[in-house]
Design a protein around this ligand. Structure first.
Ligand SMILES: C[S@@+](CC[C@H](N)C(=O)[O-])C[C@H]1O[C@@H](n2cnc3c(N)ncnc32)[C@H](O)[C@@H]1O
Length: 244
């Protein structure tokens, strides 16, 4: 199976003389379109921009927990979102508040902050870096105004619960809400209670939870959207484009 997948990219690169980056992007799109239409999660968070494109989500978005800006850069590069708010306090917390390998020294946080600003400045008005905590930033947004929220900040159970409470109301109906590192674990890398918080939150909501099948999974929900509505959104767009 792995060989077939690689072959797909190689065909595009070698036979169609396509740049490697473009070939990878087409491969991601095909995989996401197939999986989404089968009501399955995409294979990794790197395929989330394709989900946004397939669902025609182009409005404002937020990444909470940015570090050196790798994923904010990836999202802006591969999606059509109008603006991404990249939120992180870049501040060392006490170990009992934030036990994580991401909780580095203040000196390292300053370096990460500068790196994030530098990598995102090319997007000009599409990027807005907010140096503050998740909770502080959530107060800046009006109800149901964001198309996509990606949370990869403090992974403890109690902080994830707060993130849900603060950010879920800010998401538009039909938007995508995602948590990275959907696991429960007390390991060297940190304290993770993301899975417990997400599972509890979703229990009464009757919403489908999509979980990417990888070692550090992302879990996401398409807010108030049934499978039928999901299909309609994908295929209606295609149908309309065909006729234009
Ligand atoms: C795992 S890193 C983020 C990595 C980034 N999402 C990526 O994929 O490139 C976690 C980040 O969450 C930030 N963080 C921790 N507590 C936070 C809070 N309360 N609000 C916002 N960000 C927080 C940390 O400063 C750290 O930079």
């Amino acid at each position: 199976m792995g060989k077939i997948k690689k072959l797909g990219k190689d065909v595009l690169v070698k036979i169609f003389k396509m740049p490697e980056e473009r070939a990878l992007s087409i491969k991601r799109w095909i995989s996401a379109a197939f999986r989404l239409s089968m009501n399955k999660a995409v294979v990794s968070r790197e395929h989330l921009p394709e989900v946004l494109k397939l669902l025609k989500l182009k409005g404002p978005a937020a990444e909470v927990g940015v570090a050196a800006g790798y994923f904010s850069d990836f999202l802006l590069k591969h999606s059509d979102i109008s603006i991404l708010y990249s939120i992180d306090p870049w501040k060392t917390f006490d170990n009992d508040v934030y036990r994580d390998i991401g909780n580095v020294s203040q000196e390292e946080f300053e370096r990460d902050y500068k790196a994030a600003v530098r990598i995102l400045e090319k997007y000009r008005k599409r990027s807005n870096v907010l140096r503050m905590t998740s909770e502080e930033a959530s107060r800046l947004f009006k109800t149901e105004t964001l198309d996509f929220i990606f949370i990869d900040a403090n992974h403890s159970y109690s902080e994830c619960i707060k993130d849900f409470e603060n950010w879920w109301p800010k998401l538009r109906k039909g938007g995508v809400f995602a948590f990275h590192d959907y696991i429960n674990a007390e390991i060297a890398q940190g304290a993770y209670g993301v899975k417990k918080a997400v599972d509890e939150f979703i229990k009464d909501k009757r919403q489908k939870l999509f979980v990417t099948p990888c070692v550090w999974p992302s879990a996401y929900i398409v807010k108030d959207t049934s499978y039928a509505q999901l299909l309609l959104r994908i295929f209606k767009g295609w149908y309309r484009n065909e006729r234009q």
